[in-house]
Write a new protein. Structure first.
Length: 94
């Protein structure tokens, strides 16, 4: 469980971006809220194109879910964070 807390802190510390208007998290589960459902869906699609499996919530279409496995390594988690931020930047730039 100590490892999960450390990984949670990595998510909290590193997964930040001006386009993210709100984050909810518990352990390694996180939701990222964006300005609109249209923007969120574009970001989710960009994540998938960049190798990050995610989607939006059916009940909150302005949020994507982050749910890595508990066994994810620190290096893998940082790669995922980098991929998500890259995806956000790609969508915002267009």
């Amino acid at each position: 469980m100590k490892e999960v807390k450390k990984k949670e802190q990595i998510l909290v510390d590193q997964l930040t971006h001006p386009a993210i208007i709100h984050r909810n998290h518990k352990g390694l589960w996180m939701s990222l809220q964006f300005e609109s459902s249209v923007l969120t869906k574009k970001i989710a699609e960009s994540c998938v194109q960049n190798g990050i499996i995610t989607d939006w919530f059916l009940f909150a279409e302005d949020r994507i879910r982050i749910a890595p496995p508990l066994c994810i390594t620190k290096i893998e988690l940082e790669e995922v964070i980098e991929g998500i931020l890259k995806s956000i930047n790609q969508v915002i730039a267009h």
